[in-house]
Design a protein around this ligand. Structure first.
Ligand code: HOC
Length: 390
C-alpha cells in the first residue's frame, strides 16, 4: 500500500487517515494564519528549471560531504518534537531509516526517544542533536554532554523559539501532552482504533528534557524555554561541544554574516517550518542573498516547506550545501512507521535523481543558480536578491 504513494502528498493523505486529528494537525499545521508555510511551499512551486541539453547524465551522483562527513543524499532528517505521539516507532524509525539510506538523523531536545535510544537505532551512521537552551541551563548542558558521549557529530543550536508560536490548530483541537481522552478524541478515535491500541500498549514516551507533562504544547514549552538566550549562550555551548556546531533558525543576512564571522560550522536558514513567527522570511528566498554575503564556501543549509526532491535540487542550485526535511519525514512515519520513512526517502531520492538527469547535471556541484528562476517574476532568484538589497 505504501508503494502506491508516489509523492509526499500521497503519504500525507495516508497519514491523515491513520492518525488522530490533533496529532496530525500538530505536525501539519503552523503558526497563526500559516502564511509562512504556505508562502514557503509556493516559493518552491514557483521554481522554473532551466535544463542543459545533450549533456550525458545517465548516472547521477546525489552524494555530498556535509559538516565533515558523507551523506548519500543532499538532505537529512530534521529535529521534530513529540515524534512518538505521531506514530509510536518515532525516532527509532527515523534514525534507522536514515542509517539505511546513508543520511544524517537529528534528534530534537523535545524528542521522545533518549539520546542513547537513537544511538542504538543508528549505531554506525551519523546522528545530530538539536539543542534548545532551557531556563534550567543544567538540563540543556546535560543533554549536550550525553550527545557528545554517544558520538553525535553535530549540534544544531536552535534560536527561533524564544516562546512558542501560536499554533491555532492545537488550541482548537485541545491538543495536550499526553493526549487526553475526551468526547472529541473518542469520536475521532473510532475510525483509527489501531493508532490508539498501539499508543496505549507501547512504553511511555521518554522526554529528553521536559520535567513535567500535562498541558498544551505551547504551555509546556513556554514554561521550559528561555526567551533571554543570546550570543553568549552560543559561546558557552561552543565551549562544551567537541563536534561541529550549526545555528538553526537564521532569518536575516546580518545574523548569517555574524555567525559565519564567529566561525560556526554552519547555519540553517529556517523559520521553523512556519511554526513560530508567521510572515517570517521564506528561507528559500533568503538563500541567494545569504550566500552572496557569506560566500559560496560557507555551509548554508535550508529547511521549511520541502515536499519534493525538486525543492531540494533548487535549493542546492542556489547555493545551499544541504537541506533538512521535517514534515515530509513525519508524513511517512504517520503513514507507516519505519516503512513509511523509507518510502519518504525513496520518493525524494527518485525525484532528486530524475530532476538532476532532466536538468543535464550528473553531480550536485554541477548545479548552479542559472538552473533556477522564479516563475512569478521570471528573473533569476539570485538577481532578485540583489534588487531587494539595493
Ligand atoms: C518555545 C519553544 O519544534 C515544534 C517543535 C517545538 C517548538 C518549541 C517551541 O512544535 O515546532
Amino acid at each position: 500500500r505504501l508503494d502506491a504513494a508516489l509523492t509526499i502528498a500521497d503519504l500525507r493523505s495516508i497519514a491523515k487517515r491513520r492518525t488522530p486529528k490533533a496529532a496530525f494537525d500538530y505536525t501539519d499545521g503552523a503558526a497563526e494564519g500559516e502564511l509562512s508555510l504556505d508562502r514557503a511551499r509556493r516559493a518552491f512551486e514557483d521554481v522554473e528549471f532551466h535544463p542543459d541539453i545533450l549533456r550525458p547524465a545517465a548516472d547521477v551522483d546525489t552524494s555530498c560531504q556535509i559538516l565533515g562527513g558523507p551523506s548519500a543524499l543532499p538532505f537529512g532528517i530534521a529535529p521534530t518534537g513529540f515524534t512518538r505521539l505521531m506514530q509510536t516507532e518515532g525516532e527509532t524509525a527515523g534514525a534507522s531509516a536514515a542509517a539505511a539510506a546513508g543520511i544524517p538523523f537529528t534528534l530534537s531536545t523535545l524528542g521522545t526517544t533518549s539520546i542513547e535510544g537513537v544511538k542504538a537505532a543508528n549505531p554506525v551512521g551519523r546522528n545530530w542533536f538539536q539543542l534548545y537552551v532551557m531556563k534550567d541551563r543544567s538540563i540543556s548542558y546535560g543533554l549536550v554532554e550525553r550527545a557528545a558521549k554517544a558520538g553525535f557529530d553535530t549540534l544544531q543550536f536552535t534560536v527561533d523559539t524564544p516562546i512558542a508560536g501560536a499554533r491555532l490548530r492545537d488550541k482548537r483541537n485541545g491538543f495536550s501532552i499526553p493526549p487526553q481522552l475526551t468526547v472529541g478524541t473518542i469520536v475521532n478515535a473510532i475510525p483509527r482504533p489501531w493508532w490508539w491500541i498501539d499508543f496505549l500498549t507501547t512504553p511511555k514516551l521518554e522526554f529528553a528534557s521536559l520535567s513535567t507533562t500535562g498541558g498544551t504544547v505551547g504551555e509546556l514549552l513556554n514554561a521550559a524555554m528561555d526567551p533571554t538566550i543570546s550570543y553568549d549562550d552560543l559561546d558557552v555551548i561552543r565551549g562544551m561541544w567537541p563536534g561541529k556546531i550549526v545555528v538553526k533558525g537564521v532569518q536575516n543576512v546580518t545574523d548569517a554574516a555574524r555567525l559565519v564571522d564567529l566561525g560556526v560550522d554552519g547555519i540553517v536558514l529556517s523559520n521553523h517550518g512556519g511554526r513560530q513567527l508567521d510572515r517570517a522570511p521564506i528561507p528559500f528566498h533568503l538563500l541567494p542573498k545569504v550566500v552572496r554575503e557569506v560566500g559560496k564556501d560557507a555551509t548554508v543549509m535550508v529547511d521549511t516547506g520541502i515536499m519534493n526532491g525538486a525543492d531540494i535540487v533548487a535549493s542546492i542550485a542556489l547555493g545551499a550545501k544541504f537541506t533538512l526535511i521535517g514534515r515530509a519525514y513525519l508524513y511517512g512515519l504517520m503513514a507507516g512507521g519505519r516503512q513509511g520513512v523509507d518510502r519518504t526517502i525513496a520518493i525524494l531520492r527518485s525525484e532528486i535523481e530524475r530532476t538532476m538527469t532532466l536538468l543535464g547535471v550528473s553531480s550536485l556541484d554541477e548545479l548552479e543558480p542559472r538552473h533556477v528562476t522564479q516563475l512569478t517574476r521570471l528573473v533569476p532568484v539570485a538577481d532578485q536578491a540583489v534588487d531587494a538589497r539595493v
